[in-house]
Write a protein that binds this ligand. Structure first.
Ligand code: AVJ
Length: 323
């Protein structure tokens, strides 16, 4: 193993934290679950399929920006060390790594999935023989301060949060997260944020409700995750996928709607949950932004704007921020 590995999570983190979320979310009205539980093996594969759908533009748009502007972004930031929050498969990372000075470059990948981290680190090890690689298994909402304060730090870090995942956080979580990032930065560090932009619902809604039904399968797989992990007995087929544009909140909402009255038993939790016909479980928000909105939220967290890039169609943004 030619890379560092630091684990901030207990072995049973996923179980304990999923149990707590189910007890909270299924006890609430309306019922809800945080979107991080989508990503078991099947869910992660379905998400990769989503990124290739004709209707799902965010991944392609962000990659298009990086293909043109990665050098400008890394140059502007004066970056020598890339820290990627929620690195996943590190799919777009190389476009940034290619622009670092390879003789002293460092890459820190942070993700909750140990297997995704190891796979990504091993692939990068082969492709970038001189790169120092640090994999950190951590929850970016819980361990950010610890991660940014430990590990190699010779300044000139570029902390990247790509893919539009910022949109999965609710406004108050978002503010707390942005403030934690800001507090963890040194004077020569920068923050690179990938954020999806507000646009016509005619483009937004199909991106989350595609014709081939891949996003529906991704959303419904959450019930399988609950069956597998907590011994629940959701019947596949008793729920349907819904995606809607919430205009006042400027976010897409994904829900699972019960087709009829039903009762679900979570064997491992000693919990029984009732759904009325038509009742919806809220599974994800994906907020969309405008440039003024981002400037307002980031400046509230203590950042100053330092760069703004979009794809040719103006669908997605990458923005650079200084502490
Ligand atoms: C991975 C969080 C950026 O919100 O667009 C894709 C997840 N959900 N289709 C997004 C997702 C439904 C995606 N992010």
């Amino acid at each position: 193993m030619d890379y560092g590995f630091t684990d901030h999570l207990p072995e049973d983190f996923a179980d304990e934290s999923l149990r707590a979320d189910v007890l909270t979310g299924f006890g609430a009205t309306p019922k809800w679950l945080p979107p991080k539980w989508f990503y078991d093996k099947t869910g992660s594969e379905l998400f990769e399929d989503i990124t290739r759908l004709p209707e799902y533009y965010p991944t392609r748009s962000e990659r298009a920006i990086l293909q043109v502007d990665a050098a400008g972004i890394v140059g502007r930031a004066g970056a020598r060390h890339l820290v990627e929050l929620g690195s996943g498969s590190s799919g777009k990372t190389r476009l940034l790594l290619d622009r670092l000075d390879q003789d002293r470059a460092v890459y820190t990948a942070l993700d909750v999935s140990g297997s995704a981290l190891r796979q990504a680190a091993q692939a990068l090890r082969l492709a970038y023989p001189r790169l120092r690689i640090e994999a950190v298994r951590a929850d970016f909402e819980k361990h950010l301060t610890a991660v940014l304060q430990s590990g190699p730090d010779e300044g000139h870090r570029l902390i990247a949060f790509l893919g539009g995942t910022i949109g999965n956080l609710r406004p108050e979580q978002r503010q707390a997260f942005l403030s934690a990032v800001r507090d963890g930065l040194g004077p020569t560090d920068s923050f690179l944020l990938g954020a999806d932009l507000v646009k016509s619902p005619a483009v937004l809604v199909p991106a989350y409700d595609d014709a081939a039904g891949v996003t529906a399968a991704f959303n419904l797989n959450l019930l399988q995750v609950l069956n597998d992990r907590l011994g629940a007995n959701f019947a596949p087929g008793s729920f349907e996928h819904r995606a809607l544009w919430n205009e006042p909140e400027a976010w897409i909402e994904m829900r699972l709607r019960a087709k009829n009255d039903l009762t679900v038993r979570f064997a491992d939790l000693d919990l029984t949950v009732e759904f009325g016909a038509g009742e919806e479980l809220r599974t994800e928000i994906s907020a969309k932004f405008t440039r003024p909105r981002l400037e307002e939220e980031l400046s509230q967290a203590g950042f100053a704007p330092d760069g703004w890039w979009t794809d040719p169609d103006g669908r997605f943004s990458l923005s650079l921020w200084k502490p």
